[in-house]
Design a binder for this molecule. Structure first.
Ligand SMILES: Cc1ncc(COP(=O)(O)O)c(C=O)c1O
Length: 400
């Protein structure tokens, strides 16, 4: 793709929570690693630079998460990391026993694993619902704990609303009761400054493609001293936690992305806060009835995400017109569950929003490549297509 086309593609992209474009630094790091072909587990000298690449990826990621290098296991991404954490703990308990406390707004890579244990192994579950701001409460978690609770599971940041969950508090609670706490950190890494040394969670998942790295690589932070079973058995890579020859290209990209996310965090944060403010103000000016889904408090939501309902229209119609007429990409729910036909967002439902509001909800997520020009273009396009859809629905009311 030539650079002008790529720039246009990126300027019309507003779905960074689904995945992020790779940065130039990340692309160069991957290109550099292409010539390193030896297997990192081999003993000869040719393997040394490949082993160094793995060491450097572990260092970069450990520095970003503020944990020890030995506490990281690399996986194929966020879904595998969530599966590893949950199956690793719950796989060891006898069928028909055990209880889990989990929020009802988790990603499918968490929800479906828990539903599997519920239906196949008789696991008992307490589902914690969020309030209308999209956040769950730590005291609800506390009240749901039981003597047989084996795990507490919570996402750090919700992928649909961007709402930051009380995950430090919940992890501390679980720790006090000696219960394994797993945090899905996939939407938080790069958007919040995480500190795994302070966070009292036992595990935390991440995926490079959410912070400008490549797809198909991610991992799990596993706190020192934590014991659970691996998902993939084999050659003993990743200290026995995850077998399989390492994804060296992916790790080269992840390392570069992690370094950049650490270095540029404040710069990106400032830019995103400004652009988010512009976007909200512009949409409120053009569409006075617009409703923001989730919290409006800027310290309780990540700076890149805005979920809005546009009264009187259907979100899929708006998204299709934005795509076809303007090549603009926005999401109408979690991209990961878009292939599940037209199910209403389980997150917005759990927040207690009515069906009309859910059906008109659009998620706009921005990132380091978004600029003011792109935001203005988006506001104009949404306003134009929104008015067109409203006019159409009024016409239909008249003719029917
Ligand atoms: C909160 C959350 N967890 C997990 C995942 C899954 O990550 P991956 O796509 O790397 O498997 C996603 C992907 O959107 C996510 O948003």
């Amino acid at each position: 793709m030539n650079s002008a086309i790529l720039e246009k593609e990126i300027n019309t992209y507003f779905d960074y929570n689904a995945t992020t474009p790779m940065s130039e630094t990340v692309k160069l790091a991957i290109i550099d690693s292409l010539s390193l072909f030896a297997n990192p587990s081999s003993q000869y000298q040719k393997s040394l630079p490949v082993r160094n690449l793995l060491v450097s990826a572990r260092q970069a990621m450990a520095s970003l998460l503020n944990c020890d290098e030995a506490e990281l296991v690399f996986t194929s991404g966020g879904s595998e990391a969530n599966n590893l954490a949950i199956k690793g703990v719950l796989g060891n308990i006898p069928p028909g026993t055990g209880h889990v406390v989990i929020s009802s707004i988790e990603h499918p890579s968490v929800l479906e694993v828990i539903r599997y244990f519920e239906s196949e192994k008789g696991l008992a579950i307490s589902w914690i619902k969020p309030d209308s701001s999209g956040a769950i409460s730590a005291s609800d978690v506390q009240q749901s704990l039981r003597a047989d609770t084996k795990m507490v599971i919570l996402m750090a940041v919700n992928n649909e609303t961007g709402t930051i969950q009380p995950f430090y508090e919940v992890a501390e609670l679980a720790q006090q009761h000696n219960i394994h706490c797993h945090i899905d950190g996939v939407q938080a890494v790069g958007k919040l400054q995480l500190n795994c040394h302070e966070l009292q969670a036992h595990s935390l998942s991440f995926a490079a493609h959410k912070f400008y790295g490549p797809k198909g690589i991610g991992g799990l932070y596993i706190r020192k001293g934590c014991s659970f079973s691996p998902l993939i058995h084999g050659g003993g890579q990743e200290s026995g936690w995850r077998a399989g020859t390492e994804n060296t290209l992916g790790l080269a990209g992840l390392a570069a992305a992690a370094r950049e996310a650490k270095e540029k965090f404040l710069q990106w944060q400032q830019q995103l806060l400004y652009l988010r403010g512009q976007l909200i103000a512009g949409l409120q000016r053009e569409i006075p009835g617009i409703l923001i889904n989730g919290t409006q408090k800027s310290d309780q939501v990540v700076a890149n995400t805005i979920n809005v309902s546009l009264p009187g229209i259907r979100a899929e119609a708006l998204a299709a017109l934005l795509d076809v007429h303007h090549q603009i990409a926005v999401s109408i729910g979690s991209a990961c569950s878009n292939n599940k036909a037209s199910r209403r967002s389980h997150v917005l439902q759990a927040m207690g929003l009515n069906n009309e509001r859910i059906d008109s909800a659009v998620r706009i997520s921005i990132g380091q490549f978004t600029n003011e020009h792109a935001i203005n273009h988006l506001i104009k396009a949404i306003s134009t297509e929104y008015q067109a859809l409203l006019a159409l629905s009024m016409d239909m009311e008249v003719t029917v």
